[in-house]
Design a protein around this ligand. Structure first.
Ligand code: ADP
Ligand code: 5GP
Length: 206
């Protein structure tokens, strides 16, 4: 795809701190759009349809999936999640950057289907701390937390292919690392071709 917007994909076991880190990065840079996924899970207190997610019934989700509406989709903790394809392409074509909070299977599919992006996996500092963060969020039942922990093991087992790993122990350091990855990614010539073209046109370079 020929564009100047970058895709920054963040994956991590639920409770690691993805949303916290993404929120911080989005507050710091206004060049970002957040990829609003569709999901069949129920909204958590404070979540708004069209802001954190598009909340769909399973029937609507499956109909969209069958129409090829998603760039990737996955069944995570017994709920469906998917990234709208057209919305992603529109953002990139407008030259804006887009940040994704998706699971490991979805990230792999996205890489295959879109053929681009910078893929970042975030680790919790330890299994015990992950458990504490999940419980500390206070939004999920005991049973949900157990399911999320089981999933965490699978995600960590499948994290070797990512471009970057961040350990979210000290939040300020993890944020600095994510910020550094984003800023370095933006310097890649493939995103800056229009910049070079200005010189080529003006100076008639080949
Ligand atoms: P995720 O989006 O990965 O599910 P959240 O961003 O909701 O995770 O974070 C889960 C909980 O852990 C939240 O209560 C958040 O405030 C807390 N948290 C996130 N990062 C850190 C950190 N580095 N140190 C301590 N607590 C953290
Ligand atoms: P939560 O229900 O806590 O918001 O998210 C649960 C998991 O679903 C997280 O690991 C999150 O990254 C993942 N997720 C959110 N949106 C998508 C999506 O569009 N596609 C995929 N594959 N996973 C998603």
């Amino acid at each position: 795809m020929n564009n100047a917007g970058i895709m920054l994909i963040i994956s991590a076991p639920s409770g690691t701190g993805k949303s916290t880190l993404i929120r911080r990065l989005s507050q710091e840079f206004d060049s970002f759009s957040f990829s609003i996924s569709c999901t069949t899970r129920a909204p958590r207190p404070g979540e708004q349809d069209g802001r954190e997610y598009h909340f769909l019934t399973e029937q609507d989700f499956l109909a969209k999936r069958d129409q090829g509406y998603f760039a990737e989709w996955a069944l995570v903790h017994d709920n469906f999640y998917g990234t709208p394809k057209q919305a992603t392409e529109d953002v990139l074509q407008a030259g804006r950057d887009i940040i994704f909070d998706i699971d490991v299977q979805g990230a792999r599919q996205l890489k295959k289907n879109m053929g681009q992006g910078c893929y970042v996996f975030i680790f919790p500092p330890s299994p015990g701390i992950l458990e504490k963060r999940l419980a500390g969020r206070g939004t999920d039942s005991r049973e949900t937390i157990q399911r999320r922990l089981k999933n965490a093991k699978e995600e960590i087992a499948n994290s070797s292919w990512f471009d970057h790993w961040i350990i979210n122990d000290n939040l300020a350091i993890a944020h600095d690392q994510l910020r550094a990855i984003y800023l370095a990614e933006k310097t890649r010539p493939k995103y800056l071709h229009t910049w070079r073209e200005k010189f080529q046109t003006e100076w008639r370079l080949s």
